[in-house]
Design a protein around this ligand. Sequence first.
Ligand code: THU
Length: 134
Amino acid sequence: MKSKLIQAAIDSKEKAYAPYSKFNVGAALLTTDNEIFTGANVENASYSLTMCAERIAVYKAVVAGKKKYKSVAIAGNTDEPLAPCGACRQVLAELCGSDLDVIMISRTGDTKKVKLNELLPYSFKSIHLKNNNE
Ligand code: THU
């Protein structure tokens, strides 16, 4: 049986606004107090303004005042479980931490679970900003 988190990510694909790519993505973020925040990709005719599903989910959680997370699930209509893009990996690393479980989901519901650290080792962090050029 699918977990509530995985089902929430799959269901969220239907909420995507993706008239240009026609590539729907759903995401669901689980907080340490077991609340789920969902997201879906939202595109724009000015393509670069597009926002990914994962970032919408985590930004919603941050603004709701939730700051600690266990895992994120990402669902796409792909043959292989869908991995988050590089930009989302960076945002998740900052806001969720490298220990976050990332559950990737395929079209058929196959899953693959990894730690964020496996997807983005050596991430750029705020501490690096201390070594500035002044
Ligand atoms: N997309 C996501 O929502 N998350 C990802 O991690 C990969 C890409 C969206 C952005 C765009 O709307 C569409 O997928 C095609 O790139």
